[in-house]
Design a protein around this ligand. Structure first.
Ligand SMILES: [Fe+2]
Length: 403
């Protein structure tokens, strides 16, 4: 039997849900906020919104339906590779009512095409089993996270009331590190079901035994590291004048909670912390092996909590090795650079991941509180420049185990 999500009604419903969340995130903002540049490394929100719709038009209207675009010139402005982030507000992109009308019109046409298509037995691998639809839903979800990176910079932004996040209880105490025994581990995504090309092919790797932190590194541990070494604090931390720290997201000053995972640290800082602690970062394959058995339903994902749960939470979603919060809360930096797996084949287009292989980007795993649940699988690979800290990135450390 086919999963209900792969039916046309299921796809239409999930496209609708994705759009509802996107609009919910920006509904309190005026045109000025939507069209302002808050950081040279983030797009104005109006660009994100237009890009979401333009990508939908490209794949769900032009590619899937063989139809002409509404305005053939728009694609050039919304191409993420052709238009680096610093210049996006200078482009003649859609704004205001024109932008909303375009989003609505594209969606209407995409649903028309969906109604006409034969998905199940399509000859086209991009359509078979609804692949492009899964890709488009994931794309909109992924842009919600990028938008949240910027929304955190808007003074007075009021996190919308979404369905509450699942409770983080039970919380757990335990050893600082847990061991993953040596052995062969299957990594990557299976052939069937939706996954990005960079997660395939699934393959086996032989790993020696290693230790991994049971929980992500906390603000408390990180502030000790900063105090002792003089290292830079995470983005959004400011001194409170009394020897402590406040965080400043959404323009609000709140005491940094020592029990939460540290977030908004760059790769170099994560590595420096690890060596200060006598440890190292895990490789991405170690990370994936350690995450086996972690339950995505018992994790702080989906943007509902608008922040992290304390380290040790969601203990009933622990991985087989005993590590908690492998999924959700913070993306976790690994020591690995983004490369294709042995036997990699670009699908459905090389610009999703292949063009980034071997360019010095570091892999992050596991998803953050801001990541929609649908995006995350243990095999999902995120990546960024090692110096970036506006992303929702933290880390946990690894170490060698005695053989
Ligand atoms: Fe995109």
């Amino acid at each position: 039997m086919r999963a209900p999500a792969a039916t046309k009604d299921g796809i239409a419903e999930r496209l609708g849900e994705a759009r509802q969340r996107t609009l919910r995130l920006v509904e309190q903002l005026g045109e000025e906020q939507l069209n302002s540049v808050y950081s040279p490394i983030l797009s104005p929100l109006a660009w994100d919104l237009g890009h979401i719709a333009n990508f939908e038009e490209l794949w769900l209207v032009q590619t899937a339906g063989g139809r002409e675009p509404l305005d053939g010139n728009l694609g050039a402005f919304y191409d993420a590779i052709e238009n680096p982030r610093p210049g996006r507000n200078e482009l003649p992109i859609l704004r205001g009512n024109e932008l909303r009308a375009y989003m609505d019109k594209v969606r209407e046409r995409a649903l028309d095409v969906l109604a006409e298509l034969e998905l199940e037995d399509s000859e086209d691998p991009r359509l078979r089993d609804g692949f492009v639809y899964e890709m488009l839903i994931a794309h909109e979800h992924q842009h919600n996270e990028t938008m949240l990176q910027l929304l955190q910079m808007i003074d007075g932004y009021d996190p919308p009331d979404l369905d509450p996040a699942p409770a983080g209880e039970p919380s757990s105490d335990g050893p600082e590190m847990v061991e993953v025994p040596s052995g062969r581990h299957r990594v990557g995504a299976a052939d069937r079901g939706f996954a990005y090309d960079n997660e395939r092919p699934r393959h086996e790797v032989e790993l020696g035994p290693f230790l991994i932190d049971r929980a992500p590194v906390t603000n408390g541990a990180y502030s000790d590291f900063v105090a002792e070494t003089g290292a830079e604090p995470p983005m959004y931390w400011e001194r409170d004048g009394e020897g402590g720290w406040v965080s400043t997201t959404f323009g609000r000053r709140a005491e940094v909670d020592q029990a939460l995972p540290v977030i908004h640290v760059d790769h170099g800082s994560a590595e420096a912390f690890a060596s200060w602690a006598g440890k190292r970062l895990p490789t991405e394959l170690e990370w994936e092996a350690a995450a086996a058995g972690a339950d995505p339903a018992r994790s702080n994902l989906d943007g509902r909590a608008f922040g992290c749960a304390p380290a040790g939470a969601y203990a009933d979603g622990a991985a087989d090795c005993g590590a908690v919060q492998m999924l959700g809360d913070v993306w976790e930096w690994t020591s690995s650079e983004l490369e294709g797996y042995p036997g990699f084949r670009a699908f459905p287009y090389p610009e999703y991941s292949q063009v980034f292989f071997g360019t010095g980007l570091k892999v992050l795993r596991g998803g953050a509180w801001a990541t929609r649940r649908n995006v995350i699988r243990p095999s999902f690979r995120n990546w960024d420049l090692p110096g970036r800290s506006q992303i929702f990135a933290g880390f946990r450390c690894a170490g060698d185990a005695d053989r």
